[in-house]
Write a protein that binds this ligand. Sequence first.
Ligand code: SAH
Length: 391
Amino acid sequence: MIKVYLKQKIAPRIANGHPWIYGNEVDRIAGNTEPGDLVEVRFSDGKLAGIGYINPKSQILIRLLTRKLQTIDEAFFLNRIKLAWQYRQKTGYTENCRLVFGEADLLPALIIDKFNDYFVIQTLALGIEKWKPSIVKALNTIFSPKGIYERNDVPVRTLEGLEQQKGFLSDPFNTQIIINENGLQFNVDLENGQKTGYFLDQQDNRRAIQHIVKGADVLGAFTYTGTFEIHAAQYGAKSVLGIDISEQAVTQANKNAELNGLSHICKFEAMNAFDVLKDWSKEPPKYDVVMLDPPAFTKNRENIHKAVTGYKEINLRGMKLLRNGGFLVSSSCTNLVSPDLFLSTIDMAAKDAKKRIRQVVFNAQSADHPIIRGVDNTNYLKFLIVEVSDR
Ligand code: SAH
């Protein structure tokens, strides 16, 4: 294996366990490597940093797979996926879960979502793409799945010089499946749904609205397939309106409401949430609960201030749509906006809306997407419930 030597002055990040090594942290590469090859990484004093995959096309030059000198082969990946599965079993995520959450499972750039007997894979770096056959084999060995699907139709792959692609990694199967969550059923479109088809990271947070929605008039914006809204109806909301800009998502959401026998309470419409929030916040408030779960407003650091402005605006308007003493349920899924920044943005929104807010719940994503302390991008989801009162 080719050895890569790090500069003497590198960020303590690497020694402290962060798996990424940037090009400017490397002193020399002792030989020729092909993009995606495994390399042995050494600190400047010759001590082992670990083994990882290298890709000069990527800003992240090397992603470490292990801190030990060990053989990386099919058995290595089988073992890592078994360990990931053990963690989900121990923490109570078995039916549907993020089985592998990349860096947090010591499998950088690999995502595997489990939807009962079906699996969706994303290999987001060249180094892990090369091991896709071993990963599929490991899933077949551990789970004997009914189907495995690849959702590599994501733009981040181009940063690694990879094509965007999707398709079967098993015999073809019907990619429209139904999953159970918190006693409800949801249609999931593994082939054409957003991301891997379903947002598993909010599965615990959907239960967090249980008490506040009883008897309430609820508005959900950025609803996708209506998961939060259908939970609200099930938990006893009086009326629920969900809004998403995607016609496809709205069709699926209405189908989901019907599937659960809740379409008399829960309706979905295809509209631009920014317009709706803007227009309706000028009218007298008519909701008891407003739920916002927008997409990431930015994918790069340069635009964080724009993202913050966006979060502030929708949350301020959301607060104005609430009757006195109502609840705002607000999420943010970009890791570039830290939990502290998100909370202070909500504070600014409350100040400008002249509201007093009382924090009910503040969570991250569910524990099948574990946060590795020190690896900031694993701590990405913010989920907040506040009670909103007139001052
Ligand atoms: N709450 C959902 C996930 C929402 S993902 C769940 O738990 O499953 C964000 C959603 O925002 C996507 O469905 C996307 O179609 C929608 N969206 C993006 N821009 C929008 C806009 N301007 N107005 C309304 N919806 C929008």
